[in-house]
Unconditional design. Structure first.
Length: 341
């Protein structure tokens, strides 16, 4: 859309905040309506039963993951294309554990869809966190909270804790709390995109120590109409998901990273900073592809580069500030369209 061209990245001309709506023929639309009507009651029954009741019961990991896979299958997710960086197809089962996330490690994942949390929960059963562009702390949330975060409007402040069960914590504190018992999932872009680029990272990774293994994970969807770059699109996303015969998830897991080449000096400076609030310092509207990237920590730089590589997408000089401006412009455009009609 030309009217939103100012929210494209200037270096790549990628528009990561625009929703993707693949065209449908009349036959596809009619078939989609039928599929939606048949799947909706089954999907909602399974999803709500799990989120509200079953996940809180001691039903065991195997049964819990079976239910989550049933939810994904009911929604049309019948094909997962999983690849691990530098591992040949068909040899994954013979790889050492160091190639795959294990309890005690961190997942840094692209954030594009509420399906991200469902899939990660079905595979890794992680502790989900929500990052904020202006804070080194993260908010621990459950599966429902992680799903709702994909629909939430972006914000610059730290994670809100007033309505949360626990106050925000640093990732270093979470690693101490969970030790080697759970994987921790982080969405460092701090907002959703349509999957066509990697945004600037929030500073939540900066507190990690060098002994923590960090695995980049990219999730991309085909068709991509289930991505939620615009907040609050509950009905459209549900229809897009349930009205397609199938959706494929392309999963890529990158080589392990550690916070070891930022130097002890950088970690000491971060540890000695009594403030949890970090000023972004970037101007709005997108700059050159490399402009301003030196303001991020070395670990964030490496993490963003790894996600970009495995996702085969570009790094963008856009972040939460630009997403906020885009959402405001999108809302004004919708209001203007409604008033004209």
């Amino acid at each position: 859309m030309e009217k939103f061209s100012q929210y494209r990245d200037r270096g790549t001309q990628i528009a990561p905040f625009l929703p993707i709506t693949p065209p449908r023929s009349t036959l596809q639309t009619l078939t989609g309506l039928l599929l939606f009507a048949l799947r909706l009651p089954i999907f909602l029954s399974l999803l709500l039963s799990y989120l509200l009741i079953l996940q809180h019961l001691p039903i065991g990991a195997l049964l819990r993951k079976s239910i989550l896979w049933s939810i994904l299958l009911t929604s049309g997710i019948w094909w997962i294309d999983l690849q691990v960086e530098n591992v040949k197809k068909g040899s994954l089962s013979r790889q050492p554990k160091s190639k795959l996330p294990t309890p005690g490690s961190i997942l840094i994942c692209t954030s594009t869809s509420p399906l991200d949390a469902l899939y990660l929960s079905a595979i890794f059963d992680p502790v989900f966190t929500v990052s904020a562009a202006g804070s080194r702390r993260v908010q621990v949330v459950g599966l429902l909270g992680a799903i709702m975060a994909a629909f939430a409007p972006p914000g610059l402040g730290g994670p809100a804790s007033a309505a949360a069960a626990a106050p925000p914590l640093t990732l270093a504190e979470l690693c101490k709390r969970y030790g080697d018992s759970r994987i921790i999932a982080v969405f460092p872009e701090a907002t959703t995109t349509n999957g066509r680029g990697v945004l600037r990272f929030a500073p939540s990774l900066d507190t990690l120590h060098g002994d923590v293994e960090i695995f980049p994970v990219s999730l991309r969807y085909s068709p991509a109409d289930v991505t939620t770059p615009v907040p609050g699109t509950y009905g459209y996303t549900l229809f897009a998901l349930l009205s397609r015969p199938t959706h494929c998830i392309r999963v890529r897991i990158g080589e392990v990273l550690r916070n070891d080449d930022g130097g002890e000096k950088e970690r000491e400076e971060l540890a000695g900073d009594s403030s949890d609030t970090v000023t972004d310092g970037f101007g709005g509207g997108g700059g050159g592809e490399k402009e301003g990237t030196d303001r991020q920590s070395k670990l964030s730089e490496r993490g963003a580069e790894a996600l970009s590589r495995i996702a085969r997408s570009k790094r963008l000089n856009l972040g939460v500030k630009e997403k906020i401006a885009f959402v405001e412009a999108w809302g004004r455009n919708k209001q203007g369209s409604s008033s004209r009609h």
